[in-house]
Write a protein that binds this ligand. Structure first.
Ligand SMILES: Cc1cc2nc3c(=O)[nH]c(=O)nc-3n(C[C@H](O)[C@H](O)[C@H](O)COP(=O)(O)OP(=O)(O)OC[C@H]3O[C@@H](n4cnc5c(N)ncnc54)[C@H](O)[C@@H]3O)c2cc1C
Length: 511
């Protein structure tokens, strides 16, 4: 089959792929989505009870607000999110760009090796060839592009399965083992059937694990119902809602004033010094939030109080919002906890390093996903080795461009309180870049900026292995705006600039 040439290719039809398609629509991009629908994780990694953790007002496209509701700060269910995305794609006529059931299986660099450093983006010449496997027709078609935007997502597709020594893995267990991804494929009836009357162990203590434990408790409400046990390695702070001692959560971290207290890249010696001087205020903010959480939730009673400060979870985007029913089910004895640093399978369940064991019928691994492997599986050498950084973070300039990978952008690999906003603003920046509205700095300068950001992450949190900008997100977006030639201060008054929160609606267009 002849190779089909087009200017822009986008891989993935989740939120990042949709935002990229919208912002690059004038180039008629070809979007390849491996599955038969848009939405990514919201379609494929959700359970019956999964809701957005970010308030809806923070998780919306800048030019397409959610339909008005009474409560703008409420958390939509996953199906509401899918409806919202569907209506966004229809409104901006994005479906015409999307090829469903089209999995990118291989990418080849066909550009000139001498232009490997970042140069003209739309040179009119193919830079990348992409093999697309059509899961319906069982055929492979090659395409070539001047520019590729990779939006394959950090979650979903490739589950992380813990490794075990010989004879201590799932093969010795007589019950059933599954990853949360397999669980998310079940419908309500199937999932209730699976959990009902079973001794379930849920491994993990992040959002999916917490949601799963609640579903397990709900399926086991009757007399014969069994308790579910969460196996917890690292405790993280959990938050019941976005209000702390009656104050809205955003005032602690999402205004210019609150972010002023946090380290940020390129802040200069004076600010660095100031940040160190005022670090007690930062710690006090964290303590105020911790004191509220310890008062509101029975964290001490159940041994769930993390040893690290709240702000380290916030700075690494690890804060989970608790479903309302979580602690009521814990208090009823339907959810138990086992804190351990090491566990393994036995014939009848799981065993722990303190010589205790737990009988189980079903073990569900809510152990996350390997987003980097998805990238490495499709990228050719030497590019795939460029993704391997000792810190574990993906080295991307503005969270988008790898300085050593030409004519390719990555969207969806930087996290914040709203990943939708983080992805969309980067797509706007990218559209300006592709249209030559500004130029990228030199490779050295980009690497320098990336290293500075990584240093800030390392200083802010021990969990720095994921790129999270939540404590300096406004500053990060300021820099993006400046590069696009946009005004970065976007509020109507100084007061609002200092004390009101920033979200995607502030960045609909230049002002
Ligand atoms: C359970 C859960 C809850 C979450 N809650 C929140 C929240 O409250 N707030 C928040 O900000 N973020 C949340 N997130 C993070 C969420 O991942 C992002 O908000 C966002 O949806 C990510 O979108 P994405 O497009 O970058 O990636 P994805 O949604 O993962 O989409 C990637 C798409 O690429 C496709 N794809 C992958 N590989 C290929 C290939 N080789 N070829 C073709 N297509 C491919 C996939 O099929 C998928 O459709 C949550 C994540 C999960 C898993």
């Amino acid at each position: 089959m002849a190779i089909i040439f087009s200017k822009v290719g986008i891989i993935g039809g989740g939120i990042s792929g949709l935002a990229a398609a919208k912002q690059l629509s004038k180039h008629n991009p070809m979007v390849f989505e491996a599955t038969d629908s848009i939405g990514g994780v919201w379609k494929h990694c959700t359970f019956r009870t999964t809701k957005l953790q970010t308030p809806r007002c923070d998780y919306q496209f800048s030019d397409y607000p959610w339909p008005q509701t009474d409560d703008n700060s409420s958390f939509p269910s996953y199906s509401e999110i899918l409806d919202y995305l569907d209506s966004y794609a229809k409104h901006f006529d994005l479906f015409k760009f999307i090829n469903f059931n089209s999995k990118v299986t291989e990418i080849k660099f066909v550009g000139d090796h001498e232009t490997m450093a970042y140069q003209s983006l739309m040179s009119g010449k193919p830079m990348w060839e992409v093999a697309v496997y059509n899961t319906n027709s069982d055929t492979i078609q090659w395409y070539s592009f001047e520019f590729i935007v990779v939006c394959t997502g950090k979650y979903g597709d490739i589950p992380i399965i813990p490794k075990f020594p010989m004879k201590k893995g799932p093969e010795v267990f007589k019950g059933k083992v599954m990853h949360s991804q397999d669980y998310s494929k079940l419908n309500t009836q199937e999932s209730t059937q699976l959990l009902k009357g079973k001794k379930v162990v849920v491994v993990g203590y992040k959002k999916s694990a917490i949601d799963l434990a609640v579903e397990c408790a709900e399926a086991n409400q009757d007399e014969e119902g069994k308790a579910c046990t969460m196996v917890v390695r690292t405790l993280h702070w959990t938050v019941p809602h976005y209000s702390i001692w009656g104050l809205p959560f955003y005032i602690f971290y999402s205004t210019r004033f609150s972010q002023f207290f946090h380290q940020r890249p390129n802040q200069g010696i004076f600010r660095d010094l100031l940040c160190n001087l005022i670090s007690p205020m930062r710690k006090t903010t964290s303590k105020i939030i911790e004191s509220y959480l310890l008062w509101k939730l029975p964290l001490i009673k159940y041994g769930l109080k993390p040893e690290h400060p709240f702000e380290e979870d916030y700075a690494s985007c690890q804060m989970a919002i608790l479903p309302e029913k979580f602690f009521p089910e814990v208090e009823k004895g339907k959810i138990n906890f086992k804190k351990t640093s090491n566990w393994w399978f036995s014939e009848g369940g799981v065993e722990f390093d303190d010589n205790t064991k737990l009988d189980a019928d079903l073990v569900i691994l809510a152990t996350g996903y390997d987003g980097k492997k998805k990238l490495k599986d499709i990228l050719p050498e030497p590019f795939k080795s460029f993704l391997q950084f000792p810190s574990g973070m993906l080295p991307l300039y503005r969270g988008t461009i790898h300085p050593l990978i030409p004519n390719m952008a990555f969207i969806g690999y930087v996290e914040s309180v709203s990943n939708l906003h983080t992805s969309e603003i980067r797509c706007k920046w990218l559209a300006n870049l592709v249209d030559d509205k500004f130029e990228l700095p030199s490779t050295e300068k980009m690497l320098e900026q990336i290293t500075t950001e990584m240093e800030i992450m390392k200083k802010s949190t021990r969990f720095y292995k994921r790129t999270c900008i939540s404590t300096y997100s406004i500053n990060h977006t300021d820099e993006i705006c400046q590069e696009m030639g946009w005004n970065s201060w976007r509020k109507k008054s100084w007061l609002a600039e200092a004390f009101s929160p920033y979200n995607s609606r502030d960045y609909e267009h230049d002002i």
